[in-house]
Design a protein. Structure first.
Length: 119
């Protein structure tokens, strides 16, 4: 009787373990999400908020305010570069590529604006 129980138990485990393993493999994502550095969401939010605030300040200034406009534009450039660094560290995939491309274009545009207006 004990021998029969042991055989039934071994057969039962032999059927359950491979089935559970197969289900676990099917449930696992094909490409696991990359690990994000601690605080990335907050850092991205802060960086983009600072860029928006600085951009609003630059747009509010009149082009006639020469020195103040140059100072604000340089600060805007700095904020965009910092936001780009945070984006490069914290994002991945297509979102990262799209956002970095946009930030790179913004950096080039701001740099050209500084070169044209500020001496």
């Amino acid at each position: 009787m004990l021998k029969r129980f042991v055989v039934a138990f071994v057969v039962f485990v032999g059927l359950i373990v491979p089935g559970a393993f197969a289900l676990a493999l099917l449930a696992a994502p094909a490409y696991p999400a990359p690990l994000q550095a601690s605080g990335c969401d907050r850092n991205l939010e802060t960086a983009h908020a600072r860029v928006a605030a600085t951009e609003a300040r630059v747009k509010k200034l009149a082009p006639a305010d020469g020195a103040e406009m140059c100072k604000a534009t340089r600060l805007y450039f700095l904020e965009v570069v910092k936001a780009r660094a945070v984006t490069a560290l914290c994002k991945s995939g297509m979102d990262r590529d799209r956002d970095l491309g946009k930030l790179d274009a913004d950096v080039e545009h701001i740099n050209a604006s500084i070169a044209a207006r500020c001496h």
